[in-house]
Design a protein around this ligand. Structure first.
Ligand code: HEM
Length: 255
């Protein structure tokens, strides 16, 4: 067994554990946090199906960002849209027979990576050159963008320049995913020793580890935003935070 094979396999388990347990814990925290006031951003939907449509419009089309700034919207759409396609293209490393859709997506993911990188560079330039944004940016805002850019550039270099042995990489990855550690004794299941690939994977694992404590939590967080997920029904239904229900009922009985 080679050192890097064992090192990357163990690191993958660790990073996956941190990512899943961290995000589950954060979602639990968000779900438990009371929303004491009715604060939907107006104009707000009057029904729960309206709220579902509103959130979908935010998550898929970034509707309020579109209204506020077309340039940021364009870069954000380029990055997030291409990211989905790039990630879907990655499914082939984790599944033996990825299926027709993943097969068809391959060229789009390969070249979509440039759109993703362009979007990220646009968002980075905005932090540097727009004075108002530079003023409110913290080091972590820059660092997350730099990490994503490093992942994008190293991925593109693996894909177009160093041209790693993807068959061998897939054999390694499948052994990790299927817990077939006995494979690691055979040469054809070792992780390919390509510095750019090893860098790409290390940066991805770093991203997975810091995800649950980073601003990237906006991905699950948007679903719990009271400004977006509340219904405008305060005239029809009294809003009481769960922790205040008992007190309210006793007061009502007293009256
Ligand atoms: C465990 C997770 C990941 C693994 C195992 C992985 C592995 C790889 C490999 C082997 C390649 C080279 C593909 C080829 O030569 O055909 C690649 C490319 C790439 N990766 Fe990743 N990667 C992971 C996560 C990510 C993430 C999270 C991002 C983006 C934030 C990303 C962005 C890219 C890009 C932009 C490319 C170049 C385009 C392409 O060939 O798909 N990767 N990745």
């Amino acid at each position: 067994m080679e050192f890097w094979t064992v090192f990357y396999a163990v690191s993958f388990y660790f990073a996956t554990f941190i990512l899943i347990s961290g995000v589950v814990y954060k979602i639990y925290q968000y779900a438990k946090t009371p929303a004491p006031l009715k604060v939907p951003t107006m104009p707000a939907p009057l029904t729960s199906s309206g709220v579902v449509v509103r959130i979908l419009m935010e998550v898929i089309l970034f509707k309020s960002l579109f209204r506020s700034n077309k340039w940021i919207w364009l870069f954000a759409m380029m990055f997030h849209g291409a990211l989905w396609i790039v990630l879907l293209r990655h499914v082939r490393y984790f599944v033996v027979e990825p299926g027709l859709i993943i097969d068809l997506i391959q060229p789009f993911g390969k070249y979509g990576s440039f759109i993703m990188l362009f979007g990220l560079l646009g968002l980075f330039m905005r932090r540097i050159f727009v004075e108002r944004i530079r003023y409110i940016s913290s080091p972590s805002d820059y660092l997350m963008l730099i990490l994503l850019i490093a992942i994008g550039i190293s991925g593109i270099l693996v894909s177009f320049v160093t041209r790693t042995d993807i068959i061998q990489f897939k054999a390694f990855m499948l052994s990790v995913v299927c817990f077939q550690w006995q494979h690691f004794q055979l040469p054809e299941y070792q992780i390919p020793i390509d510095a750019m690939l090893l860098f790409h994977l290390a940066a991805v694992m770093l991203l997975m580890i810091i995800f649950p404590i980073s601003k990237l939590l906006h991905a699950p967080g948007i679903f719990f935003s009271p400004g977006r997920n509340q219904i405008d029904n305060s005239r029809e239904k009294r809003h009481i935070a769960p922790w205040a229900v008992k007190k309210f009922e006793t007061q009502q009985k007293g009256n």
